[in-house]
Design a protein around this ligand. Structure first.
Ligand code: AMP
Length: 191
């Protein structure tokens, strides 16, 4: 299986690039943000609990997110691989993912981290907020908090995969095609 962690701050382009990678490498997309938004829309108990964190730009508790991911992996064990998008977002999540995959004789192949500076991220997110109507993309204060939470709680996940020699930094600025090519070069180098 080809299991990719597509990493980067909010607005780095993970969703856009994930869509292309899924197509090219025939992978299953696991976006915790998308799953949580679906729960929120369906007004499930999980969705109502998650909303309190999401609307402030805080992380949803690890236990909630880890449980959600295992269900999705188990439903797709015959896939060619997975793209984890927006997960893991803490070192505890990364550790739980490794343990979970090990139990199924699977592992992460590569972590591809899109690098984009903060000013560009804020610009992109405000634009996305206008187009998509996503509440957490419309308020600059919430956006800044999400970037702050990323730097504090999520960026350390780089070291987790760095220690396993699986981390690759990818320049996340430029045309969508150019960024996609950079990602493909990194993936094809390990295939
Ligand atoms: P995203 O669409 O990935 O930007 O996620 C939107 C929001 O969902 C985040 O700001 C968090 O509140 C929540 N979220 C998504 N993925 C995770 C995760 N792996 N761990 C904790 N919270 C998450």
């Amino acid at each position: 299986m080809l299991n990719i962690v597509l990493f980067g701050p909010p607005g780095a382009g993970k969703g856009t690039q994930a869509a292309r990678l899924l197509d090219k490498y025939e992978l299953v997309h696991l976006s915790t943000g998308d799953i949580l938004r679906a729960e929120l829309k369906a007004e499930t108990t999980l969705g109502k609990e998650a909303k309190k964190f999401m609307e402030k730009g805080e992380l949803v508790p690890d236990s909630v997110v880890i449980g959600m991911i295992e269900t999705k992996i188990d439903a797709n064990l015959n896939a060619k691989g997975f793209i984890f998008d927006g997960f893991p977002r803490t070192t505890a999540q990364a550790l739980a993912l490794d343990t979970m995959l090990q139990k199924k004789q699977l592992s992460i192949s590569l972590m591809l981290a899109l690098e984009v500076d903060d000013d560009e991220l804020i610009k992109r997110l405000l634009l996305r907020g206008k187009d998509s109507g996503r509440a957490d993309d419309q308020d600059q204060k919430i956006i800044e908090n999400r970037i702050h939470v990323y730097n504090k709680e999520t960026a350390p996940v780089i070291d987790f995969y760095g220690n396993q020699n699986k981390y690759r930094a990818i320049q996340g600025v430029g045309s969508i095609d150019d960024i996609f090519s950079r990602l493909c070069v990194a993936i094809d180098a390990i295939k």
